[in-house]
Design a protein around this ligand. Structure first.
Ligand SMILES: Nc1ncnc2c1ncn2[C@@H]1O[C@H](COP(=O)(O)OP(=O)(O)OP(=O)(O)O)[C@@H](O)[C@H]1O
Ligand SMILES: [Mg+2]
Length: 295
């Protein structure tokens, strides 16, 4: 299958991060959800943000995608400070996402939900609409349909395209949300807990889709995930948040070996999982255990 969006960066920009978060600070009243958070996402990589419950992961996603306005710091997308770009336009620029709590229209069909995602690209102002008529419009509609079909085919949801979302099991709903994000032709796909609540089979399916999104379509992935097996197996780069601050970042092997990361996870529900991974890393520090052993 050919990719719907050529997202391979130009040679000149090959080493430049596609997304950069610089000293991002976010507060809710007196509560600091993020403090001076900085990291970069290289194009074509899978980057994971991990951390205990309440660490600020979703707040970080909401700030990157423009739902929250930071007190200070910058979000730089493809070299451009996007502070003044509202959320829907950020999606249009190429930052699409899924939500920790699935945000689909439950009464609508799978296909209609996917089509809605594409509206981010279609919203035109009056002036644009005047010039954007006839053939160009038809071509755009045709291209859109083609992309939707590719996404449906890619995520293996053809059999449920006319099913109302509410009737679907949770794992499939998560997949539909990913389809909607992909139909927006993102450069960076942001996934907030893509496998939360999934059984092992659903988790392995989703892991395969995430790898294929990167490999076949060249899309950069930024995900928040609690499933350590998934994170350690898939990620090129891991950013660890605790109490709104970056306490470690590096390769999966590096962050697993970081004592501060282990400390942060003590007492959290993820610690058993992390310990299992650490035992695996102890046996062979260069490789993480296969996904099937995780969770
Ligand atoms: N809209 C909000 N208003 C007030 N406080 C908020 C809001 N959103 C998040 N917070 C607070 O910010 C902190 C970070 O929350 P956030 O949801 O970003 O954590 P998280 O790392 O995504 O956690 P989880 O793993 O449970 O999803 C928490 O203390 C939370 O209570
Ligand atoms: Mg969260």
């Amino acid at each position: 299958m050919s990719p719907p969006t050529p997202t391979t960066p130009s040679d000149a920009a090959a080493d430049a991060p596609v997304l950069r978060v610089e000293a991002l600070t976010l507060a809710f009243g007196g509560v600091k959800a993020l403090t001076e958070v900085s990291f970069s996402v290289q194009p074509g990589t899978i980057t994971a943000v991990i951390g205990p419950n309440g660490a600020g992961k979703t707040s970080l996603f909401n700030t990157i995608s423009g739902f929250y306005r930071p007190a200070s710091g910058r979000v730089v997308f493809e070299g451009r400070d996007i502070a003044s770009v509202p959320a829907p336009q950020r999606a249009k620029l190429g930052l699409a996402r899924s939500f920790q709590n699935i945000a689909l229209f439950r009464g609508m069909t799978v296909l209609d939900n996917i089509k809605l995602g594409r509206h981010a690209h279609l919203k035109t102002n009056v002036l644009e609409a005047l010039f954007y008529a006839g053939r160009a419009r038809r071509e755009e509609a045709e291209l859109r349909r083609e992309i939707e079909e590719r996404v449906i085919d890619f995520l293996e949801i053809d059999h449920i395209r006319h099913a109302p979302v509410a009737a679907l099991p949770y794992g499939l709903q998560k997949r539909v949300e990913m389809a909607r994000a992909l139909a927006m032709r993102p450069k960076v796909l942001m996934l907030d807990e893509p496998v939360a609540g999934m059984n092992r089979e659903e988790t392995e399916d989703m892991a395969r889709f995430i790898l294929d999104v990167r490999r076949e379509w060249g899309i950069t992935v930024l995900m928040v995930e609690h499933d350590m097996g998934m994170v350690m197996d898939l990620s090129d780069h891991v950013v660890v948040l605790n109490f709104g601050q970056v306490i470690a970042q590096g390769t999966p092997a590096e962050v697993q070996a970081d004592p501060e990361v282990v400390r942060a996870y003590l007492g959290s529900g993820d610690v058993g999982d992390l310990r299992r991974r650490l035992r695996g890393a102890g046996a062979d520090a260069s490789a993480s255990a296969p996904l099937a052993e995780a969770a």
